[in-house]
Each structure stands twice: as C-alpha cells, then as structure tokens.
Design a protein. Structure first.
Length: 53
C-alpha cells in the first residue's frame, strides 16, 4: 500500500507534465502545417542545386 502513495502522485505528475508539453507545443504552432513535412520529401532539391529546372 505504501508503494501506491508514491506511484499515484508520480503518475499524476507525469501526466500533468505531458499535458503541459502538449499545450505548449499547441500554443507555439507545432501543429499548424501538418502536410508540409509530408510533402517536403517529394520536392526535388537536386534541380535547385544545379541551377537547372
């Protein structure tokens, strides 16, 4: 039983830290452009490096 008195507050604290990190990321625009990173891999950078189109 004494283990639960330590583990329950620890689990609640870890959950609150995770929630705070998620809310911080949400406020700082981390989820604004969900398609940008997925489409960025399709861009051909070699044509830009050579100066050729």
């Amino acid at each position: 039983m004494t283990g639960l008195t330590l583990l329950i507050p620890l689990a609640i604290g870890a959950g609150l830290v995770g929630l705070a990190a998620f809310l911080w990321a949400l406020q700082n625009g981390q989820y604004e452009d969900l398609d940008g990173a997925a489409l960025r891999i399709l861009i051909d950078d070699e044509a830009e490096d050579d100066g050729q189109a």
